[in-house]
Design a protein around this ligand. Structure first.
Ligand code: SF4
Ligand code: FES
Length: 235
């Protein structure tokens, strides 16, 4: 099959085609490795786990963001067009800059906040299946960036936290073990936060883990409103 790859050498962007001898069961990622190992060692792309867990191989395939390691070539039309994710700065070929993406994750404190735990004698934080179900789906995010790449709000506002960071914010705010969501609510209520979302829902369509970031944004909006009312009345 023909692979048409959008390349970038640091200065110029250009298209390059490669013929890959594909066979049933091959993924796009395996084809990229074939190209790099046999046809062109200068081709850059990112990948690690090869099994849909690390989130590093997301690229645009025939116009849609997908995990290269989970995309079967047999399901695609020839030629297969591979491009870097939109809404990210391209560093080289298919490798994009995730620095801002992870900086936004950090802003929403993607960890359980407790100040009542003595880490010298830790205790188990028991959780019921019902409590787990409240956030479990959102904990499956693999930080691949596919949702951000199709988000119209992220495309027009560099400051916007974006769907992935908001998924992380909701995941921890909804966790019964977390005891202080205030800082997260402050940032998700700010001009960087949930009110920037246009409700285009594109993020939910492309998420390879079927997480529905758009739903997380709606749920956070509810929390933001409750927080504002409480603040107003100094509850
Ligand atoms: S929410 Fe889905 S699309 Fe977005 S980073 Fe997480 S796994 Fe990827
Ligand atoms: S290589 Fe890890 S998700 Fe594709």
């Amino acid at each position: 099959m023909e692979f048409r790859i959008r390349r970038f050498d640091g200065e110029n962007s250009f298209w390059q085609s490669y013929e890959v001898p594909t066979k049933k069961g091959m993924t796009v990622l395996e084809c990229l490795y074939y190209i790099r190992d046999n046809l062109d060692s200068t081709l850059s792309f990112r990948a690690s786990c090869r099994m849909g867990i690390c989130g590093s191989c997301a690229v645009k395939i025939n116009g849609k963001p997908k995990l290269a390691c989970e995309t079967q070539v047999s399901e695609l039309k020839n030629p297969i067009v591979v491009e870097p994710l939109d809404n990210f700065k391209v560093l080289k070929d298919l490798v994009v800059d995730f620095e801002g993406f992870f900086a936004k994750h950090k802003m929403v404190k993607p960890f359980i906040v407790r100040d009542d735990i003595d880490y010298n004698s830790p205790v188990e934080l028991i959780q019921t299946p019902k409590e787990l179900a409240k956030y479990y789906n959102y904990s499956l995010c693999i930080k691949c960036g596919a949702c951000v790449s199709v988000c119209p709000a992220a495309a027009t506002s560099e400051d916007y936290l974006g769907p992935a960071a908001l998924v992380a914010a909701y995941r921890f705010c909804a966790d019964s073990r977390d005891k202080d969501c205030k800082d997260r609510i402050e940032i998700i209520s700010s001009e960087r936060g949930v009110w920037r979302c246009h409700s285009a829902m594109a993020c939910s369509e492309v998420c390879p883990k079927k997480i529905e970031p758009a739903k997380a944004v709606q749920l956070l909006r509810r929390k933001a409103i409750i927080h504002s009312i409480k603040k107003l009345f100094r509850w």
